[in-house]
Design a protein. Structure first.
Length: 158
């Protein structure tokens, strides 16, 4: 049996992929890796904030800001004397990790943007060393900034 000309044309016509509904966001279309964003940006920020809220000294600036805004926080926990250095420096390292991962997701391997987060963090720490920036210089902060930056460059792919 012979096929009509229309049937023959349809056999060779390219198949158009089905598009999701217009209100649905498909990260493959916009090139945004949602899973990487959650693991490398959102969760480190949430985890770092939780450490600040539950384990940090209530005399730091962020708690005065919360009091001024009328935000009540849960009671702080005592991590013990051995864990204090880690609980003081880990949130900063997590935030550098999240910021650097975010920059890497946006800019790819662009040198300036990928190194901006660690440069700002280290600049602030050097400013503290020379009393140009409020706070106390801490070698552990520098270590956690460096680790956070290195891990972000390893784990947050384009």
């Amino acid at each position: 049996m012979g096929r009509s000309l229309n049937q023959q044309i349809l056999l060779f016509a390219p198949v158009r992929p089905q598009m999701p509904p217009s209100n649905a966001i498909d990260h493959r279309q916009i090139g945004f890796p949602v899973r990487t964003y959650v693991w490398c940006v959102a969760l480190p920020i949430v985890f770092g904030a939780a450490i600040y809220i539950w384990f940090r000294d209530s005399n730091i600036l962020v708690f005065r800001l919360f009091d001024a805004l009328g935000i009540s926080l849960p009671d702080r926990l005592d991590p013990g004397s051995l864990a204090n250095p880690i609980f003081c420096s880990l949130p900063d390292g997590l935030w550098v990790f999240a910021f650097a991962s975010w920059m890497r997701l946006i800019w790819g391997r662009h040198w300036f943007w990928c190194n901006l987060p660690v440069s700002l963090a280290l600049g602030s720490e050097i400013g503290q060393l020379f009393h140009l920036d409020p706070g106390t210089f801490d070698v552990l902060d520098v270590l956690f900034y460096s680790i956070g930056h290195a891990l972000s460059q390893r784990w947050s792919h384009e």
